[in-house]
Design a binder for this molecule. Structure first.
Ligand SMILES: NC(=O)CC[C@H](N)C(=O)O
Length: 437
């Protein structure tokens, strides 16, 4: 049964629940570097931009995707024809010292532009405070509606992710840019633009201390750790973790935008960590790619990547909540992947494989290595997407606690054992699902 608070419509939102967004009749065009142009209508900021054109097959969660820092520098094409029908919520978490301050995935829209088949002129949702159009306009993000996103997607699937130009208003009548004029975000270290500049803490009184290297963290990764009562310290992506590692019970590496090779420095530092430090390490997406590079694997650029909330992955090994031989449906957003090498580097094994394209979806340290290290290409925290693999966060926090227990004094061991019990038996609320009444 759904809890009452889940289904109740807040008084404030009721009046706002169904409204039209400010649409314009300004012309807008998407030019691809490969010569094709798609003409539609602007519904966002009256600003022309360059970017890398990618498509997402997600049916819902446009607000979470657009605020995911991994979309930095990208022109995001949604294959779902109608986008915007549930509007945009106020991106502010209720005051709570354990929370990360936002309800979406970061403070701002991170993609460079959005392209939709048909933007919803009316929106309706009890948390909505504005339309997709007004959100884009307020955040200076260009957006196009009225184009054949299916045709764009078919092109991108054939020719791969393609550089693009969104031309708005008067720029529409200008000739398309010459090939050398297209800006290529893959040459830039986008991680450096989105990572925190200073360390900060969340839930400092939590029962296990986890350091998070921030390559462009989605907020739901931080929430998923905090909800399991981890004391989280978020560090800049290139922080010298080895100089502070003894203070922590585990290390987490987040998602992040762009080519992982820009973060080779972090991968080399991590190699030292993995050689000299025996505590649990977990990485998601960019974090997984960094772990792979530290292990000696190579990362390559895929043709069009995987972006959507319906990617099936097969588990090749069992670990914690994950059972070998099962298929999990996952949320994904990536352009790069680790190469499947045979043999795998010593001490490592493939963990998951993608059922559609056989790309590497996860790696782990072998049982013989004596290490506890996992990397997954998909997003167990979803936001949006299915929660099939959310318990990987519980697995990680439990391993950190178990490690802490081994080294604790008798008095502290009792406290740690109690907190392990809590992690196992206390219901974890609000992982993105309705809480049982
Ligand atoms: N979501 C992510 O962390 C993406 C990782 C990397 N930027 C890629 O595109 O493959």
């Amino acid at each position: 049964m759904l809890s009452r608070s889940f289904i109740r419509v807040p008084r404030l939102a009721r009046g706002l629940a169904t409204q039209s967004g400010p649409l314009t009749s300004i012309p807008a065009t998407l030019h691809l570097k490969t010569g094709q142009s798609f003409h539609g209508r602007s519904f966002g900021a009256p600003k022309s931009i360059f970017g890398e054109t990618v498509f997402s097959t997600s049916i819902t969660s446009y607000t979470e995707s657009m605020t995911d820092p991994s979309y930095r520098g990208q022109i995001l094409v949604f294959t779902t024809p109608l986008i915007g029908n549930y509007g945009v919520p106020l991106n502010k978490a209720p005051f709570d010292s354990q929370d990360v301050g936002v309800i979406l995935e970061s403070q701002n829209i991170q993609c460079s532009a959005v392209i939709v088949g048909d933007v919803a002129e009316k929106f309706s949702h009890y948390t909505a405070v504005e339309s997709l159009a007004s959100w884009c306009q307020r955040n200076n993000i260009p957006a196009i509606t009225g184009v054949d996103t299916r045709a764009i997607t078919r092109l991108l699937r054939d020719q791969g992710t393609t550089l693009g130009r969104v031309a708005i208003g008067d720029d529409v009548s200008a000739p398309p840019p010459a090939a050398h004029e297209f800006w290529d975000p893959s040459f830039e270290n986008l991680v450096d633009q989105v990572s925190t500049k200073e360390p900060y803490q969340l839930n400092p009184t939590g029962s296990v201390k986890i350091a998070v290297l921030d390559f462009g963290a989605k907020a739901n990764i931080l929430r998923s750790l905090v909800r399991r009562d981890a004391a989280v310290t978020v560090l800049p992506w290139n922080y010298d973790f080895n100089s502070v590692r003894d203070q922590y019970d585990g290390l987490f590496l987040t998602n992040g935008p762009g080519d992982p090779k820009h973060c080779m420095d972090a991968a080399l530092k991590l190699r030292t960590t993995l050689q000299e430090w025996n505590k649990p390490v977990f990485g998601i997406c960019m974090g997984h790619q960094i772990i792979g590079m530290a292990a000696g694997l190579d990362a390559y650029r895929m043709t069009f990547g995987n972006r959507g909330h319906n990617q099936p992955v097969l588990a090749l090994a069992s670990s914690g909540s994950i059972k070998a031989g099962r298929v999990y449906v996952t949320s994904q957003n990536h352009q790069y992947a680790l190469k499947l090498e045979d043999p795998f580097p010593q001490g490592w094994e493939p963990f998951f494989i993608n059922c559609n394209d056989s790309s590497v979806e996860g790696i782990k340290s072998t049982a013989e290595s004596g290490k506890k290290v996992w990397g997954v290409q998909f997003h167990p925290e979803s936001a949006g997407g299915p929660l099939d693999t959310i318990e990987m966060f519980t697995d990680f926090v439990l391993e950190c606690k178990a490690h802490k227990l081994q080294t604790a004094s008798t008095f502290n061991a009792l406290k740690v054992a109690e907190s392990i019990h809590d992690t196992l038996v206390k219901p974890i609320e609000a992982d993105g699902v309705a809480v049982q009444a």
